[in-house]
Design a protein around this ligand. Structure first.
Ligand SMILES: Cc1ncc(COP(=O)(O)O)c(C=O)c1O
Length: 377
């Protein structure tokens, strides 16, 4: 079927970005590629396979279901389930050889019991909450929790992790908080060591910390966004050069003259002040082209910018192409990515949507086919 609204994923860019991360950390830690939420909208299976072939051998997903999808895609590397598994699913978790992250003692006890019933050992990573107040055993309760671990005979603690809340910020008070999170993590690591446990993997650094906080790298870093070619904050660009891997594009479906005084789309919020040329695109909020982009976003046509005209509809969006010379139905339109010498970045789109690039990428809908290609250079 020929709907032209697609997301192209440049596999070479993924490979390049992984190489840039590896070079930046001078190969002193391994890389866990975060491919949750369908690899931030890029398609978890193909992305993980590409990164695996580029030497990444640990992957992070949010759920057991996402982990199973990676196995179905043929991934043989370690897969860490970051955001919890239902103890009921333990059989499938073991069958798919997934490694759950444990972030509370009650679940740890339950999983230990279940694993015992199945006569299996379960490899897990432990998460300590060092200040984000999201998932993890609270750092203040760490010692009591660790003292219980030796009784959980069916669990093998392979990793220790935590997550940083504001690693990208260079504001002095935020930097002090990150310092404090690292200090707390260090002392949790030391305590577990004193109790005779030496997890093979120790990890704390997301993309921002991988870039800025050398002492947060331990022996495994956990980047997501960077691998897809974006920095979590604009000021991080000066450290590592990356290549965005995703280009979201479509084609003009219909082109029409709209005389001065006509209005465009629901509610008539876009009024034509002169005789305008309006193009209709086969993309809408059901594809993840967010309604907040109405009357705000720009797209690229024939290497020039054109503005979204009126309200984004479910399946269609109008743009004003009055200023695009020779524009025609069927012309390629880039919603996100490069065309000619210009580029609409996920950061720019996030600005129009009043959100972050993560949400832009994860929001690209299932209805948009992903095409994988190699661009080199
Ligand atoms: C636990 C954990 N680690 C690492 C990451 C990767 O973060 P980033 O995409 O900022 O590198 C995430 C993403 O939110 C996460 O939840």
């Amino acid at each position: 079927m020929g709907r032209p609204t697609i997301a192209e994923i440049d596999l070479d860019a993924l490979r390049f970005n992984a190489g840039q991360v590896r070079e930046w950390i001078k190969g002193e830690a391994e890389i866990l590629a975060v491919v949750k939420a369908d690899a931030y909208g890029h398609g978890a299976g193909p992305v993980a396979r590409e990164l695996e072939s580029a030497g990444v051998n640990i992957f992070g997903v949010a759920t057991g279901e996402e982990g199973r999808e990676l196995r179905h895609a043929g991934l043989s590397a370690t897969v860490l389930v970051l955001a919890g598994i239902d103890p009921q699913d333990l059989g499938e978790v073991i069958q798919s050889d997934l490694t759950p992250v444990l972030f509370d003692l009650d679940t740890a006890r339950l999983l230990d019991l279940q694993a015992g019933n199945l006569r299996k050992n379960l490899t897990v990573h432990l998460k300590v909450d060092t200040g984000m107040s999201r998932l993890g055993i609270p750092w203040r309760e760490w010692e009591a929790a660790v003292d219980v671990l030796p009784s959980l005979k069916n669990l093998k603690i392979e990793g220790l992790m935590s997550h940083l809340a504001m690693a990208e910020s260079e504001a002095p008070e935020d930097r002090a908080f990150t310092e404090e999170q690292i200090r707390r993590f260090q002392s949790c690591l030391e305590y577990i060591g004193q109790r005779g446990m030496e997890p093979r993997y120790v990890h704390l650094a997301n993309s921002a910390a991988t870039t800025l906080w050398e002492k947060a790298r331990f022996n495994l870093v956990r980047p997501g966004l960077m691998l897809y070619g974006m920095h979590p904050a604009p000021h991080l660009k000066r450290y590592i050069s990356l290549r965005p891997a995703l280009c979201w594009k479509t084609k003009i479906l219909s082109l029409k003259r709209a005389p001065a005084g006509d209005s465009v789309s629901y509610g008539g919020t876009y009024k034509c002040s002169t005789d305008n040329l309006i193009a209709t695109l086969p993309v809408g909020y059901a594809d993840g082209y967010n309604r907040r982009l109405s009357n705000r976003a720009e797209v690229l046509v024939r290497g020039k910018r054109a503005r979204v005209a009126g309200i984004v509809c479910m399946d269609l969006t109008m743009i004003d192409v009055s200023q695009i010379p020779d524009v025609q139905a069927g012309d390629e339109v880039v919603l996100l990515g490069k065309q000619g010498t210009d580029e609409i970045s996920a950061v720019e789109m996030a600005g129009w949507m009043e959100t972050i690039p993560y949400e832009v990428l994860c929001g690209i809908g299932k209805r948009v086919p992903r095409r994988y290609l190699r661009r080199k250079g």
